[in-house]
Design a protein around this ligand. Structure first.
Ligand code: SAM
Length: 210
């Protein structure tokens, strides 16, 4: 039995870090109870399976793939992509793909819910810079330091949201969650922000089609 198969059998809990995202996903999918209580004492994966029956979910920046795996185990139709997945992530089914252009990986598939956790902040978006010699890479590509790097991340966030709008079903929702400030500029895109909570704790932004 592979390590991933063992992992599938052993753990059936929602990764702690993903609870705020799952709470919001359930609310956007029509959950009427208190999602915080559900996370603490209930069975949020069973609730997700019920509420997301017949719906398609996509997670971007999905490495290491644990959330996607848990939802799949619960019976949810979900796929995950990441620009730089590890081999173990790929074994969990995460598709290598830049969220700025998902046409090769996903064709023209459309989703009811597109979610991200820790990806759509400046920190999340530059986390894919090649690891081996990050400093040399930064010096070469970002000679003006943080300012250029932030502008790069902001531009990337915009391109990603434009691509997500193309893969979002009418009536669907995009949910971005992150510890850091989420980049929210969607001016000129066919998206409107319908919910935002940017706080010192988890930040949440929900976008729907115009
Ligand atoms: C801070 S990590 C968060 C990982 C995971 N979602 C979690 O909550 O543990 C950000 C992830 O976004 C991915 N990422 C960054 N830019 C991306 C892009 N343009 N397309 C797809 N994934 C991207 C990175 O490779 C990284 O795995």
């Amino acid at each position: 039995m592979s390590l991933i198969d063992m992992e599938r059998q052993i753990t059936r809990t929602v990764p702690e870090d993903y609870k705020p995202l799952l709470s919001r996903l359930l609310v956007e999918a029509g959950y009427k109870g208190d999602p915080t209580a559900l996370m603490k004492t209930g069975d949020p994966l069973a609730a997700a399976a019920e509420l997301l029956k017949g719906k398609k979910v996509l997670e971007i920046g999905a490495s290491p793939g644990l959330f996607v795996m848990r939802l799949q185990q619960a019976g949810v139709d979900v796929v995950g992509v990441d620009i730089e997945p590890w081999e173990t992530d790929k074994a969990r089914g995460i598709i290598p793909c830049d969220a700025r252009d998902m046409s090769k990986a996903l064709g023209d598939a459309k989703f009811d819910f597109i979610v991200s956790n820790g990806t759509m902040s400046r920190e999340g978006l530059i986390s894919n810079v090649p690891m081996p010699d990050k400093i040399a890479f930064f010096r070469l590509h970002y000679p003006n330091g943080m300012q250029t790097l932030n502008a790069h991340a902001d531009g990337m966030a915009r391109e990603i949201n434009a691509e997500l709008a193309r893969h979002l079903k009418d009536g669907g929702a995009i949910i971005h969650v992150a510890d850091e400030q989420i980049v929210t500029d969607v001016a000129g895109l066919p998206l409107k922000q319908v919910f935002a909570r940017q706080s010192a704790e988890k930040n949440v932004v929900v976008l729907r089609k115009e």
